[in-house]
Design a binder for this molecule. Sequence first.
Ligand code: MG
Length: 335
Amino acid sequence: MGLLTIGAFARAAGLTPKALRLYDELGVLTPAAVDAESGYRFYDPSQVAHARLVARLREIGMPLAAVREVCALPPSQAADAVAGFWQRVSADTSARARLTSALVQHLSGRDTMNDFAYAAAIDPGTARDDNEDRAYAGEQLIAVADGARGPFGAAAAAAAIDALKDGAEVLTALASADRTIRGLSPDDQPVTTLTALVLRGSQLTLVHVGDTRAYLLRDGELSLLTQDHSWVRAQVDQGRLTAQEAATHPQRALLVRALGWSDGVEADLALRTALPGDRYLLCSDGLWTVVAREALTEVLASAGSPQEAVDRLIAEARTAGAPDNLACAAYFSIA
Ligand code: MG
């Protein structure tokens, strides 16, 4: 097949001739040949894929200088560069969204920001020297993660939480965390659970993958906000196991979803509004398997602060044996 005129090539690539001339001048997409007399540009049909990549990168708003760099990379590195670009855009947009939201609420006299307090703690438990659980509590985020599969489990858990700390939009952060974890150790293939509350005033986004859990104490009632992504939970849902059988089943720690698995990210997301007096608890399975629900309720209800709650819960878990690592984080909306 011969060379294409700029008009035919533009139609094939989904670009305009004007854009193609600009991309030539900037070195983003060089024609296969230029007629010496007329100056007409001609393109090889094999350049269509390159041109379509340029068009798609422009659609996501990537500056031309960055487009030129990405097009010169091998596909896997180009994928990382595009993901990194979007992570930065998303973090910037998210930061502006927070400022905008606060400004709108302030100007409209509807400043619904509650006073709140938060705390997090981890503990290796009584039977293990290492700790693959991670927990974090800050003004914008509380999170717990339970890493698994060898020496990189803790790094996987940390990567999941770090991705949300950056302030990027949640789906972008999850994809970034998944990519980071998959790159940690191809031999060990570490994975992690993640349960997090992204905090924007009274607006909360609950993010959940795996068998770490989120609970809410409201008006004295404790609710479990998450569903375990575990094999035994699926068996209970399908009527093959009772809840009692699941609690002691040898495969009870087997996950059906986690971050770092090669088949893509699947997470549960929920938007919630914090009410004054709400007390949220996030914890790993090391805690909720040994501290009874009644004790969770009692500690959350009576603790004077989130710090007191997480300290008492870790202590209760250790008293109960704590064979697994422990992580918990608490967020109290002050009444
Ligand atoms: Mg665990």
